[in-house]
Design a protein around this ligand. Structure first.
Ligand code: AMP
Length: 478
């Protein structure tokens, strides 16, 4: 299949060629012709599949006809986070370079007045997070009667973040005669309900279910044994030592380093810098301009390592990411797939390493059940306090382990840095309030969800980001 078979205009095909794309990805090949026909789409696809272009490309051609009136955007794309919204806006710049379309980005953390000024000039494409959009609508700064194409992107993330009531309200403000495109990496029943509510006879397009990890990503799991010291601090320190060893061995071109909690993002970030590894961090508490600046530094290669949480890095598209390190095993198995999917994109080779301790056994189990393949165990030779395969397992798990070990890639490294080298404070800061709780209390004070400093950090699935201490305590496995 060629891009020229999809019914796109000549100008658009030229922009696609300039972007360096040779052929459409499966979701593009399946969705684009239907969007051009005006059909609704229910797309089950995650980032990395080319789904953004599957809706931005046909939208550009559809919007090429006609002109926008002041404060009346002609299309609307909802994104759960500011970063994703900014990324979609970049896509319009790349693919729309031969068109004269105007766009506006309505995201929290940026000046309302500036955004209102852009809207007043009339915009063809409006890309927004739900909270800011509703705010501006309620203030009478925009009207949605002229929206012809409505995109709900990353719907399952919207659900996770509690945005579905906002999405429903926004949909009720739109004209009934429109094209609606709904994308989601997973299809929980709430999203199916949303699709039934808003889509008319949709064309369903499903690509790469979220449980699959790309073949281009080589994976490794480093299971650390008991630390020499006591308490969670020594275990964390052992993990930081192991992370540096992995980095030393791998010499990544660039890497994302995932932590489960924000306070660990800070600690790991400080620790890496102290050890001469120039790292940036991405954090819900940072201001929007700071987040953007950090991302630019990382994307341009000025910073080689980016320590981040799942939410801050959600959907980040950095095409040539060589490595992903999981400093913590994610507590939601799907997040493992999302995390490691940041590398090995568009057919390139990528590497993903996960550092685990004995208490992570249940999370590893869940990941391996989801992806239906064991993660190869790796070794750090000479790792102080860190013996691999230290997790005692049930016979069934041992069978899996043996299978995994057949594919294991042993890593030879020097002895780990000594305790004296690491001056990072081991004592974690006083217990943080779960970010969801903080969000709720701020919301009660009249602050909108996506205006909150950590709005996109709000955990809602299960226990979210916050893992109570009792769950991190080691359990004896039979
Ligand atoms: P997405 O799934 O939209 O996050 O896109 C993932 C990455 O694939 C982005 O870097 C796109 O620039 C890239 N991409 C999208 N479509 C194509 C294509 N047809 N060929 C090669 N790369 C693509």
């Amino acid at each position: 299949m060629l891009f020229s078979d999809l019914g796109l205009s000549e100008d658009l095909l030229n922009a696609v060629t300039d972007a360096g794309y040779i052929e459409p990805t499966p979701i593009q090949a399946e969705a684009i012709p239907y969007v051009l026909m005006g059909r609704d789409i229910l797309g089950c696809a995650q980032t990395g599949t080319g789904k953004t272009a599957s809706f931005t490309l046909p939208m550009i051609d559809i919007l090429a006809q006609g002109r926008a009136k002041a404060r009346m955007p002609r299309s609307l794309i909802l994104e759960p986070t500011r970063e994703l919204a900014a990324q979609v806006a970049e896509n319009f710049d790349i693919y729309g370079k031969n068109h004269r379309l105007t766009k506006a980005l309505l995201i929290g953390g940026e000046s309302l007045d500036e955004q209102a000024k852009v809207l007043n000039k009339g915009v063809d494409v409006l890309i927004a997070t739900p909270g800011r959009l509703i705010d501006m609508f309620d203030r009478g700064m925009l009207l949605l009667n002229d929206v012809k194409v409505f995109v709900i992107d990353e719907s399952d993330r919207m659900l996770d973040m509690g945005f579905i009531p906002d999405v429903e309200r926004i949909a009720s403000m739109l004209p009934p005669l429109r094209t609606t495109l709904l994308f989601s990496a997973t299809m929980p029943k709430e999203i199916k309900k949303l699709a039934e509510q808003f889509l008319m006879n949709p064309r369903e397009v499903t690509v790469a279910p979220p449980s699959t990890t790309a073949d281009t990503i080589s994976q490794g799991l480093l299971v650390l044994g008991r630390p020499h010291g006591h308490g969670p601090g020594s275990e964390q320190k052992m993990k930081r030592d192991a992370l540096r060893e992995l980095i030393k061995h791998e010499a990544p071109r660039n890497a994302l380093i995932f932590c489960n909690r924000k306070r660990d993002v800070d600690i790991v970030h400080r620790s890496l810098n102290r050890h001469g590894l120039e790292a940036a961090r991405l954090h819900g508490d940072m201001s929007q301009p700071m987040r953007m600046e950090t991302l630019t530094k990382f994307k341009t290669g000025e910073m080689r390592y980016l320590v981040c949480s799942d939410v801050a890095a959600r959907g980040l598209d950095i095409p040539e990411m060589s490595h992903v390190f999981n400093f913590d095993v994610p507590t939601h198995a799907e997040d493992y797939v999302h995390r490691i999917g940041r590398t090995g994109r568009a057919g390139r080779k990528g590497h993903a390493f996960t550092i685990a301790v004995a208490a992570d056994a249940k999370y590893i189990d869940a990941i391996e059940r989801l992806t239906k393949s064991p993660i190869p165990r790796i070794k750090l030779d000479g790792a102080k306090g860190g013996q691999l395969d230290a997790v005692e397992e049930k016979p069934k798990r041992q069978r899996n382990r043996r299978k995994a070990m057949e594919h294991a890639t042993p890593i030879k490294t020097d002895v780990l840095a000594t305790a004296e080298n690491d001056k990072t404070p081991d004592a974690a800061p006083a217990e943080e309030r779960p970010s969801g709780e903080r969000s709720r209390s701020l919301q009660r004070n009249g602050v909108r969800k996506d205006e909150l400093p950590e709005a996109d950090d709000a955990p809602v699935k299960g226990l979210g980001d916050h893992v109570p201490a009792f769950m991190l305590r080691e359990v004896e496995l039979n």
